[in-house]
Design a protein around this ligand. Structure first.
Ligand code: GLP
Length: 263
């Protein structure tokens, strides 16, 4: 796992956006797995800025989003679909039929989840999966549990997760749906490469789990350690619980990169 510690949120966002740009350049038909959440906002801002500057072309790319709340339709302003539309899709040129989402209001959620996994397979798999992480270590909506699900599935959300998602529901936890549809652990881990972004002190324990050398279903993020190509991008606050050796070697690489760029 590659660790990159950034000085500011803007730097973390730009570093992540640059990885997306590079992926598009190498493979214009890339399939991107995308997250929602506060962490994603500065990344999508950076991508929109790069798009306006003529640096990205999503016309052949496909996107698949990680998750959606059960019961919300794609037009519901509180849905993740609406979040994506507002913050990314309306500003860039991904063709509308290349945007793929779990339908939170599907009558048969089991079928919806199975179809989503088949769709990802038909697209040739996810090339680059961007991830945020919950404070409790969830990725997508794979919540800490005795067992984790391999495939896209319907999940009961924990209270802490519902609290963290209350913003879009006027701050009222009671209004946050109790269930969601989420890509499973294997769906995520089969992506060819993964970039996880975590910002702020509240994410420090989850980030430490990602580098702990242990894998536990209590910390779904810890499973990323099994993947051969993961980059973790954090700010300094999210790095405070990491072992010193990790932090120092990452900062040294960062400093060497900056001096090379300075010339
Ligand atoms: C949400 C989403 C995740 C997201 C995470 C972190 O519940 N299901 O995909 O990455 O929690 O969100 P935030 O970036 O707002 O902290």
């Amino acid at each position: 796992m590659r660790l990159q510690i950034c000085d500011t949120i803007e730097e973390a966002a730009m570093t992540t956006a640059a990885i997306v740009v590079e992926q598009l350049r190498n493979k214009p038909t890339s399939v991107f797995g995308l997250p929602t959440g506060q962490t994603a906002l500065p990344i999508y801002d950076a991508l929109v800025g790069l798009h306006r500057a003529g640096r990205t072309d999503f016309s052949q790319a496909h996107t698949v989003n990680l998750d959606e709340f059960v019961g919300l339709s794609s037009t519901d302003p509180r849905s993740f679909r609406a979040f994506m539309q507002q913050h990314l899709f309306r500003h860039v040129n991904v063709p509308v039929n290349h945007v793929h989402f779990l339908a939170g209001d599907a009558c048969d959620s089991e079928r919806e989840c199975a179809c989503f996994d088949s769709l990802i397979a038909r697209l040739g798999g996810i090339d680059l999966q961007l991830l945020g992480v919950g404070r409790n270590g969830h990725i997508g909506f794979n919540e800490p549990a005795r067992e984790l699900q391999l495939r896209t599935h319907r999940v009961r959300l924990r209270l802490d997760t519902r609290r963290d998602n209350a913003g879009a529901f006027g701050g009222c936890v009671r209004d946050v749906p109790r269930e969601a549809l989420s890509m499973g652990m294997a769906t995520i881990l089969q992506a060819k490469s993964i970039v996880l972004v975590a910002l702020g002190r509240s994410k420090a324990p989850a980030v430490a789990s990602a580098f702990s050398g242990r894998i536990s279903t209590d910390k779904p993020v810890s499973f990323l350690q099994l993947h051969p190509c993961v980059t973790v991008i954090v700010d300094r606050a999210a790095a405070v619980n990491l072992p010193r050796a990790h932090v120092e070697s990452s900062l040294q690489r960062h400093e060497a990169g900056s001096s090379r760029r300075r010339g």
